[in-house]
Design a binder for this molecule. Structure first.
Ligand code: SAM
Length: 243
């Protein structure tokens, strides 16, 4: 599958994002450690403000007005309307930068990362999904077409590293069972979550499926949950404290 323009329309579909995609404290601890002692931090693709440390000076960049609006309700600093590929800042403005679960949305990854590098003196913290690890989650069995979407748009980890100069450290982040950031993998032990439309609406991949396919995939999972087939094969995940 080839997705020529990976843009997901957050202005049309992102209204309930903040309710289902919150800062998970376990994941936030990784992010905070990675940010080290930075005092001024740029958050690119900042969305509703998840993972922004509250004890540092944050400047947020977010191109969707619907996402920017959700920051206000959460008491986050307002975001500047801009994109990663053209950041309105001077060279070396920030101690550090962060980009959480956003790089797969950027139409020009290398250009965006070059810009983030240009305006950042120190650490750049990117949280992303590894396309090489997509087969380890059970949803590849129930939602194969959805995983094809993800495979087509997640940049390889070494491509990100190279764009940032090649010397970055890669740290796998474990996901807790009750993860409150509702990306797909957050529900590895709570499959019923996928039966809720609002949960899926906060996961952009569903927006790329052919008409009618979303209902078909959800029905497939629903039947497997009713028949017990899912639990027979994957039920152990319901009690796995992290993945
Ligand atoms: C999955 S959301 C993540 C939001 C937030 N970082 C979080 O962790 O909740 C992806 C965000 O990337 C933003 N985005 C899309 N294209 C972008 C671009 N070219 N530059 C910067 N942000 C972009 C979207 O508007 C959206 O808010």
């Amino acid at each position: 599958m080839q997705i020529d323009n990976p843009a997901f329309d957050y202005d049309r579909l992102g209204h309930s994002y903040a309710g289902y995609r919150q800062t998970d404290p376990h994941i936030a601890a990784f992010v905070n450690r990675a940010l080290g002692g930075a005092q001024t931090i740029l958050n690119v693709g900042a969305g509703a403000g998840s993972y922004e440390p509250s004890d540092r000076y944050i400047v947020a960049v977010e191109p969707s007005s619907v996402m920017r609006a959700q920051r206000i309700a959460k008491g986050k600093v307002p975001a500047i309307n801009a994109k990663a590929e053209l950041l309105p800042f001077d060279d070396n403005t920030f101690d550090a930068a962060m980009a959480m679960l956003t790089v797969h949305h950027w139409p020009n990854l290398e250009k965006g990362l070059r810009e983030v590098r240009r305006v950042t003196r120190g650490q750049i913290v990117i949280m992303t999904y590894d396309p090489a690890a997509l087969d380890v989650f059970w949803n590849v069995r129930y939602f194969p077409e959805l995983i094809d979407v993800e495979r087509a748009r997640y940049p390889a980890i070494d491509r990100i590293q190279q764009a940032l100069g090649g010397s970055g450290e890669v740290v796998p982040v474990s996901i807790p069972l009750q993860c409150v950031d509702g990306f797909q993998e957050a529900f590895y032990g709570r499959p019923e979550a996928f039966l809720h439309r609002e949960v899926r609406k906060a996961q952009s991949a569903w927006g790329f499926l052919a008409p009618g396919l979303e209902d078909e995939l959800v029905e497939r999972l629903s039947e497997a949950l009713l028949s017990g087939a899912w639990d027979r094969e994957f039920g152990h995940y319901r009690k796995a404290p992290s993945k």
